[in-house]
Design a protein around this ligand. Structure first.
Ligand code: ADQ
Length: 466
């Protein structure tokens, strides 16, 4: 078996592994794949160096059978590449938020510079037979940079977020250059058919490439690339193990005893405008307006740890959310009742399991999301004999797997307060038999299409890509 070189913006170093966040399942799965294949995980350490320029000092560490290699970035690189082009240009644009997308020549240059720096740093670590797997929007042009440095290996790329429709994507000044650079990969993976379709559409319409929908084969200027879908899943076994811990039991108990005879409804998200949090609060407010007699039936718990706090749009969303939650609580609270609990911190997966289990409604309403693993975790934490109801945005990649007609999740238009309000009412009143049948329609794919399966499929296809 070939060795595997994983390259991503951040690396789950041994001491940070499995703490919280997307890192949890993904880090576990990539670590397992690295153990099987042997190899190295390369990326940014998360540290800023003292130097003006990012210099090539690399930290190599080996623990639990996995080698990680990290570099520090200069403050300027962090500002231009990470806070700038990645998170203030590509992230909003790829989540269809042209209104928040900033186009700055300086940050675009910083992005190019750091990709070049990544390529130069990782190249000496790559051996001729290695499989190279690059992750996410921070590193779109990395494949081309590696090729320019003589890397002839099979190199694959996976995009964790949506690919935007062509009409939006062309607003990026260097859209063509970026896509041309992507065609240096052998295999490009997307979360869903919708994002893959948008990418093929761009290649066909804007580049004049030959792109076959059925096979995903793109031919352009003598190059052949394959675009496929690999919907990411959760680490089912690990999550269930977490669910059996004392920590999970205590968390479940805490939530149950503090909500008593009310139905707990839960939202768990990184604090990010793509997650539709203010719109969600508007939906809940609409529910209370339409059903004032039911204010006492429901407690909404929103867990949202801050993220990317150096980016202005993230500071704005936080302020807006606090204001909206405050308004409803001001208008609807009683001495013994606060309808919305808004918690600004992260929890372990064991605790989240407990909270999900105690909450009879899971409210997952992003405005746009590559996949959304919280939706899958919510279902995975339910008691099969008395499962809760998942309300899921039709704009999350996960809706394509979990939201078949009249089955699985209750799908909503996350921009519509009326839609959210109606789904909450349906969920509150849903009989056990329907809750069970909807749960059963979702749980099979979540149990089977795990993050391990996702890793295995991608690596297998990459190995077979030439
Ligand atoms: P994210 O945008 O971070 O990921 P998501 O898929 O929901 O979104 O993953 C979040 C992870 O973080 C989940 O495992 C969740 O449990 C965890 N998490 C969230 N809030 C937490 C909290 N308060 N405490 C602890 N853990 C918390 C990006 C894309 C997604 C895509 C993933 C994986 O935006 O669309 O599904 O990558 O590819």
């Amino acid at each position: 078996m070939s060795r595997l070189i994983v390259i991503s913006n951040r690396v789950a170093t041994p001491d940070a592994r499995g703490v919280t966040g997307a890192q949890g399942g993904l880090a576990g799965a990539l670590t397992a794949a690295l153990k099987d294949h042997g190899g190295i995980w390369f990326g940014w350490s998360g540290q800023e160096s003292e130097e003006e320029e990012s210099v090539g000092t690399m930290q190599l560490r080996r623990a639990d059978g996995v080698t990680t290699a990290t570099i520090d970035l200069s403050p300027r690189d962090v500002e231009e590449y990470y806070n700038g082009y990645a998170n203030a240009t590509l992230w909003p644009l790829f989540h269809y938020r042209l209104d928040l997308t900033r186009y700055e020549v300086e940050t675009a240059k910083g992005y190019e510079r750091v990709n070049q720096h990544f390529a130069e740093s990782v190249t000496p670590l790559i051996e001729p037979e290695d499989l190279v797997w690059v992750h996410d929007y921070h590193l779109l042009p990395l494949g081309e940079r590696l090729r320019a440095l003589g890397i002839a290996n099979r190199v694959g790329f996976f995009l964790h977020i949506p690919w935007p429709p062509t009409r939006l994507f062309v607003s990026l000044p260097d859209h063509e250059e970026l896509v041309r650079s992507l065609l240096a990969y052998d295999l490009i993976g997307f979360q869903t058919g919708e994002w893959r379709e948008s990418f093929l559409h761009y290649c066909r319409e804007e580049l004049g490439a030959e792109a076959d929908d059925a096979t995903g084969t793109i031919r352009f200027e003598g190059k052949t690339v394959i675009a496929r879908t690999y919907p990411i899943g959760i680490d089912w076994e690990h999550f269930q193990t977490q669910g059996r811990t004392e920590e999970a039991r205590i968390a479940e108990q805490r939530l149950r005893s503090s909500t008593r005879d009310r139905t707990a409804m839960i939202g768990v998200d990184r604090l990010d405008y793509s997650k539709g949090l203010p719109e969600r609060i508007d939906g809940i407010a609409r529910f209370f307006d339409q059903h004032p007699d039911r204010v006492r039936d429901l407690v909404f718990i929103q867990i949202a740890p801050p993220s990317r706090e150096d980016v202005k749009s993230y500071q704005d969303i936080r302020a807006l959310l606090e204001q909206k939650a405050g308004q409803i609580n001001g208008a609807r609270s009683e001495v013994d009742l606060v309808p919305i609990r808004y918690v600004n911190r992260g929890y372990s997966h064991a605790e989240l399991f407990g909270f999900f289990r105690a909450a009879k409604i899971g409210l997952v309403t992003p405005l746009r999301d590559g996949m959304n693993l919280v939706a899958k975790e919510y279902v995975a934490a339910q008691d099969p004999e008395d499962p809760g109801v998942l309300i899921l945005s039709r704009f999350a990649g996960a809706s394509q797997q979990l939201g078949a007609e009249e089955q699985g999740a209750l799908l909503v238009n996350s921009y519509s307060p009326d839609d959210i309000s109606q789904a909450i009412r349906l969920a509150l009143d849903m009989p056990l038999s329907e809750r069970k049948s909807r749960y059963e329609a979702m749980v099979g794919t979540i149990r089977e299409d795990t993050v391990q399966e996702w890793t295995r499929r991608f690596c297998e296809d990459l190995a077979a890509s030439r």
